[in-house]
Design a protein around this ligand. Structure first.
Ligand code: UT7
Length: 378
């Protein structure tokens, strides 16, 4: 039987750090509220497009696996903040990497996008369609954040990470998952103005308005992650006491504590990044996974549980068994371009652009913060 081993991993964190104190300079909030309600202290704000973060994470991941870009058969790009909708974003990554032999697809299930992407690539490898896949989780939420809404602006951050999967006859990698969606609750987490339905209308693209019922999302998140985790462990016949490490989606430390409690897993076995990165949507789980490996928290043959939820409300929980290798084969000599601004300056630039163009200026903010030329345009 064919399985899909994880043979490479890597991340890319933008360097600019936005603290709770920075947020309190322009929002009616404070460090105490944010820390006690969410567990968050800092988050990163990107000075480059999402594709740049994805590229650096992907190069590090390929080096870790000891592979060239041309070895990859499939790129699955998990995100809900794609730089462009048409053409898809995975094709931009294929172009930038020079991964000319790879099929390229985007998956958007919001915060669960990386884990749904892993499921997609895993199934395609296990059914023999492809042999080697690059799976990316990346988000640039800062660009379409409503920075004047304290109910959401304090919660999110930017980042990227990836894994490489390779076909193997060894029983390893993703062994069971549960995927689901509470679509009746899809209206409680929504970004208005972001989609083709708004095109050529009196709502301009960039007219981002967040609908976000935090307490309701909180309850659904705990329920969804808890139920999905129980089903997944049942499917694979593993007890929660056998789990070595939980790498959950990180939207709120209190959500994670509740899910761990219901699963009967001590917090000492949960890898937390929420305090320093906030909620990076699709990038959260892969970044935390890479850091767990870097910090030696996941050993050879480690048993991993990865519950997540996101807008939709999509939910999932993945069970994976690691292979023998927990250190990279090689290291890539690649970095993001230097960042000349503070995170607060980057955020203020987005807010200022919005002021200049009223409710339709996220695009303008992008225009002077980063290069918007599409990859592949000659
Ligand atoms: O990945 C999916 C993304 N979303 C989530 O996972 C979010 C899930 N929800 C949550 O994490 C929590 O519901 C929040 C962190 C968003 C909010 O925490 P909460 O304990 O549910 O607070 P709340 O929404 O019930 O608000 C309590 C109070 C309100 O004031 P009043 O009505 O009691 O006077 C809010 O206006 O806190 C106020 N508030 C704030 N105060 C200071 C809301 N946001 C803030 C803020 N700073 N940033």
């Amino acid at each position: 039987m064919t399985y899909a081993a994880v043979t490479g991993w890597g991340k890319c964190m933008p360097p600019a750090i936005l603290s709770n104190a920075d947020l309190a300079t322009f929002l009616d909030t404070d460090d105490e509220w944010i820390t006690t309600r969410t567990g968050m202290k800092e988050r990163r704000i990107s000075h480059v497009n999402a594709i740049e973060m994805a590229y650096v994470a992907a190069m590090r991941t390929l080096a870790c696996a000891g592979l060239a870009a041309s070895d990859i058969d499939l790129i699955v790009y998990g995100s809900c903040s794609n730089d462009e909708m048409v053409p898809n974003t995975a094709s931009a990554l294929q172009y930038k990497l020079g991964a000319g032999n790879a099929a390229a697809m985007d998956v958007n299930t919001a915060c669960t996008s990386f884990l749904y992407s892993w499921s997609t690539a895993n199934a395609m490898i296990r059914s023999g369609v492809v042999r080697r896949a690059l799976v990316v989780g990346v988000e640039l939420i800062s660009r379409y954040m409503d920075w004047d809404n304290r109910g959401v602006a304090v919660l999110f951050g930017d980042g990227a990470a990836a894994i490489v999967l390779e076909a193997t006859e060894e029983r390893t990698g993703l062994l069971a998952e549960t995927l689901g969606c509470y679509a009746d609750a899809r209206g409680i987490l929504r970004i208005g103005g972001y989609g083709a339905a708004y095109a050529n209308s009196n709502v301009t693209f960039g007219d981002m308005s967040w609908i976000f019922d935090g307490p309701q999302i909180f309850k659904k998140a705990v329920q969804g992650m808890t139920d999905a985790s129980a089903k997944t462990l049942d499917k694979v016949g593993v007890s929660s006491s056998d789990i070595d490490l939980v790498v959950p989606h990180q939207a709120n430390a209190r959500i994670i504590e509740a899910v761990a409690k219901y699963a009967g897993i001590p917090m000492a076995k949960v890898h937390l990044t929420v305090q320093k990165y906030g909620n990076m949507s699709a990038a959260t789980v892969p970044v935390a996974l890479v850091e767990a490996l870097e910090e030696g928290r996941l050993g050879p043959r480690g048993k991993l549980l990865m519950p997540a939820f996101g807008a939709g409300l999509t939910l999932c929980s993945h069970y994976a068994e690691w292979g023998e290798r927990t250190s990279p084969k090689d290291v890539a000599d690649v970095e993001l371009p230097p960042c000349e601004s503070t995170a607060l300056e980057l955020v203020q630039a987005i807010r200022a652009a919005k002021d200049i163009r009223g409710r339709s200026a996220a695009g303008l903010a992008g225009a002077y913060l980063v290069d918007q030329r599409p990859y592949g345009a000659q």
